[in-house]
Structure formats: structure tokens, C-alpha cells
Design a protein around this ligand. Structure first.
Ligand code: E4P
Length: 217
């Protein structure tokens, strides 16, 4: 399962990239606004921190302008993945871009039928938003399960990119279902490394090791 960082904060991306476990980055207009950085500049910098896909989102709502924006965005770096919303115009743009060999992430997916359409449009990634789905009184994980079944039924190679991840259980369930990718805020990814018994175990081993008076290097 690939791990993407859902952020435009350079320091967080550097820290996660240093672990060797980061496979890409996703951004959206809200995350760019939060960073306070210039969109083109920060996206270029992020593309230099990972070899994996970096999603950069169009902000136009019509197909023709989305294509123009995508043309600008894909020149930033080879690993830019154009993010389009799950609308008729977004999927029209997805089809045109993917036929042209450009990576496309279709975002704001809230139903399995929307995911089916994105796969038919040749999306590289489909981004179902599990956290927002939960907030709305539905079960985000049921959506991931349904999309997995549909994609497997028809052997679509669109990757399921679980988005709007809020906690470690979202990650665990996504992995159990067989989602291809998950994107999460850096704090959620860093939290995955932690377990109270790991910390306690290290504490005990260190205390006993000290008693031996030995050193390895
Ligand atoms: C995905 O690509 C989105 O950027 C993101 O996961 C949205 O998450 P949110 O619902 O926490 O804003």
C-alpha cells in the first residue's frame, strides 16, 4: 500500500521523505492556502522532494479552462499528477489528459458510481473522501469496499487513493480492504509508527543494557 502525505508543508514532507516510506504527496486549494506559499513555487519544491506523484488541483470548473490549467501545471515537473473534481467537466478533462499520458487524480468522490465513472474516464487515481463521508453520517469504509469490488470485477487499473483520512483505523481498514494508496495528514502518518508498548519496551531494554556497561560502537 502506498502512503502519500496530504499536505503542502515542506518541513513535514522532508521529514516523511527521510523515512524512505513516502510514496507521493497530495495537495488541494485549501492546503495551498494554509501553507501561505505561491502555488506554482511550492508545488515545484514538493515535486523535488519525492519521486512519486504530486497531486496539484485545477481550480477551473469548465473543461476548456481545466485543460489550460492542466497544461500549465504539468510543466512544473514530470511527477505532477493533475487533480480534477468529480464533475462532468472534470471527467471530460480526466479522459483527455489520461489519453495523452498524463497522470490524473479524480477528487471529491463520494459514491461508488462516481468511482466507476472515473475509472471509465481513465483516472490514474480515484480519491474517495472517507472522513468527510463519515462526518456526513455514512460509513466511508463501505464506500472503499464497494469501489474495490467494482474495480476488481472489471479489472480497472485505476488506483483507489483513500483520502480525507483522519485516524489510524482509516489506514488499517483501507489496508485490509486492499486500497492501493492512502493519503493522510503528516500527524496521522507519524502516529502509525507509535505504540505505547514499543516505547515501554525500549525503556526496559535501555535500562537493562546500561547495567551491562557495554557499548556496540
Ligand atoms: C485529498 O486529496 C484531499 O486533499 C484530502 O484528503 C481532504 O481531506 P479533508 O477532508 O481532511 O480536508
Amino acid at each position: 500500500m502506498k502512503f502519500f502525505a496530504d499536505t503542502a508543508e515542506i518541513d513535514d514532507i522532508k521529514e516523511l521523505a527521510a523515512t524512505g516510506l513516502l510514496d507521493g504527496v497530495t495537495t488541494n486549494p485549501s492546503l495551498i492556502a494554509k501553507s501561505g506559499r505561491d502555488f506554482m513555487e511550492v508545488t515545484k519544491e514538493i515535486c523535488g522532494l519525492t519521486d512519486g506523484p504530486v497531486s496539484a488541483e485545477v481550480v477551473a470548473l469548465d473543461h476548456a479552462t481545466m485543460m489550460k490549467e492542466a497544461e500549465v501545471l504539468r510543466k512544473i515537473a514530470d511527477n505532477v499528477c493533475i487533480k480534477v473534481p468529480l464533475t462532468i467537466d472534470g471527467l471530460q478533462t480526466c479522459k483527455a489528459l489520461s489519453e495523452d499520458g498524463t497522470m490524473v487524480n479524480v477528487t471529491l468522490c463520494f459514491s461508488a458510481n462516481q468511482a466507476l465513472l472515473a475509472a471509465k474516464a481513465g483516472a490514474t487515481f480515484i480519491s474517495p473522501f472517507v472522513g468527510r463521508h463519515d462526518d456526513n453520517g455514512s460509513n466511508g469504509m463501505d464506500l472503499i469496499r464497494d469501489i474495490r469490488t467494482i474495480y476488481d470485477n472489471y479489472l480497472f487499473d485505476t488506483e483507489i487513493l483513500v483520502a480525507s483520512v483522519r485516524h489510524s483505523t482509516h489506514v488499517l481498514e483501507s489496508a485490509l480492504i486492499g486500497a492501493d494508496v492512502m493519503t493522510a495528514p503528516p500527524a496521522v502518518i507519524k502516529g502509525l509508527f507509535k505504540h505505547i508498548l514499543t516505547d515501554k519496551g525500549i525503556e526496559g531494554f535501555m535500562a537493562d543494557w546500561e547495567k551491562t556497561g557495554q557499548s556496540i560502537v
